[in-house]
Ligand binder design. Structure first.
Ligand code: GMT
Length: 377
């Protein structure tokens, strides 16, 4: 059955925006018609698809309002699109505000529209701690026709923190295997960035929010470079970037740490990397880790949230206690110490990404949820 599916997300850089955009592309490739409803075109929608439509939510500032009415404008647009395009499903990413807007739109449209909500983490691990939002998040989850979470850990945490009775399906994030032949070799890229050929390359990719513990990444790298010539690529931007840079300066390793800001073609950087650090104190899934694994880059990650569900400890990467930067550095040294050990971690990482987190496998699970809620009537 081919469906008309609306998708709303935060379209800017970030895991949830990537997942929503990639899901839309996959659904379109399977013959469904997809309608993105958001403030700008999701940044991963870089190709033209005849069955993908984009409906822009314009947020205007009025003198009488202190704040622009984004949520109401979004709900109106959702209702308008649902009626005109005969949407079967409205799949929203984040409980607040997107699920609340979708529920309002459903009520306004009165077309039999079903609301599917995907939880990505921050809406639960951060916002659900805020008493002023807790009630809204609870309502959004209980009233959605189906709720999915990107890891078992997030599903359980949602139930524990909010006392949710409704079932929550765990549907992991997905990735297409990066098998394509690279335009340039690893050596070529290292030269471009003036990285000496004998250096091992460590990488961290995030939005540098405090939960990502980017200073631990610098400290872990400090441990690595005491024993192994290495360069650290820090990709992304955010509030703790300067703290990370200051720590690198203080430890005398700033010359070996390249702060490269936000980058579009992440796989170019992953393809010259030996190990990724993901040392967050909260992480519902860790899409960056999966992207690394798909490129054959083993990950050293912390024992929090969904990270141990993504990385199989001792096979496709290593898990260390959150906050123990030295252990993270030693784990990376273990992975790169011998070429046979590295090769084993690298091929297991690639295999796991392909077998457990392929688009083929995961998108089917979303389609099953859509069919289930439509069958429920
Ligand atoms: O990690 C972030 O701060 C961004 C956030 C987002 O909204 O994109 O990421 C969340 O969703 C991603 C996609 O499902 C997950 O891979 C991230 O683990 C999750 N972030 C946190 O839980 C902190």
């Amino acid at each position: 059955m081919k469906l008309n599916i609306g998708i709303s997300c935060y379209p800017t850089v970030g895991g949830s925006g990537i997942v929503a955009a990639e899901l839309g592309k996959q659904l379109a490739e399977r013959g469904h018609t997809v309608h993105f409803i958001s403030t700008s075109m999701p940044f991963r929608l870089n190709k033209t698809y005849p069955n993908i439509y984009y409906h822009e939510v314009e947020v205007n500032q009025y003198e009488v309002f202190q704040y622009p009415p984004y949520t109401l404008t979004l709900a109106s647009k959702m209702s308008e699109v649902a009626k005109r395009e005969k949407l079967d499903i409205l799949h929203v990413h984040y409980a607040v505000p997107h699920a609340i807007c979708a529920l309002l739109a459903k009520d306004m449209a009165q077309t039999g529209l079903k609301v599917v909500t995907t939880l990505h983490g921050t809406d639960i691990t951060v916002l659900a701690n805020d008493a002023s939002l807790k009630e809204s998040i609870y309502y959004a989850i209980e009233k959605s026709d189906a709720v999915t979470a990107v890891s078992q850990s997030l599903a359980q945490q949602t139930k524990d923190m909010l006392g949710i009775k409704a079932p929550i399906d765990c549907i992991y994030n997905f990735i297409e295997q990066a098998d394509a032949v690279q335009e340039h070799s690893r050596e070529w890229w290292k030269k471009e960035y003036n990285i000496p050929a004998e250096h091992k390359v460590m990488i961290h990719i995030s939005n540098f929010r405090p939960v990502k513990r980017v200073e631990d990444v610098i400290e872990a790298f400090y441990t690595v470079q005491l024993e192994q010539k290495a360069t650290l690529l820090m990709i992304g931007d955010g509030p703790d970037l300067n703290k990370a840079w200051q720590l690198a300066e203080k430890l005398g390793i700033a010359e070996s740490v390249l702060f490269l800001g936000n980058q579009k073609n992440i796989s170019d950087f992953l393809n010259m990397s030996d190990v990724m650090f993901l040392l967050s104190e909260k992480e519902s899934f860790g899409l960056a880790a999966l992207e690394a694994m798909a490129c054959g880059v083993p990950v050293v990650g912390t024992d929090v949230g969904g990270i141990p569900e993504v990385i199989e400890d001792g096979r496709s990467g290593l898990i260390v206690p959150a906050g123990d930067a030295e252990a993270a550095g030693k784990a990376a040294l273990h992975i790169i110490a011998e070429s046979s050990v590295f090769q084993s971690f690298s091929s297991e990482a690639k295999k796991r990404a392909k077998e457990e987190f392929s688009a083929l496998k995961i998108v089917q699970q979303y389609e099953d949820v859509y069919k289930r809620v439509l069958a429920d009537g």
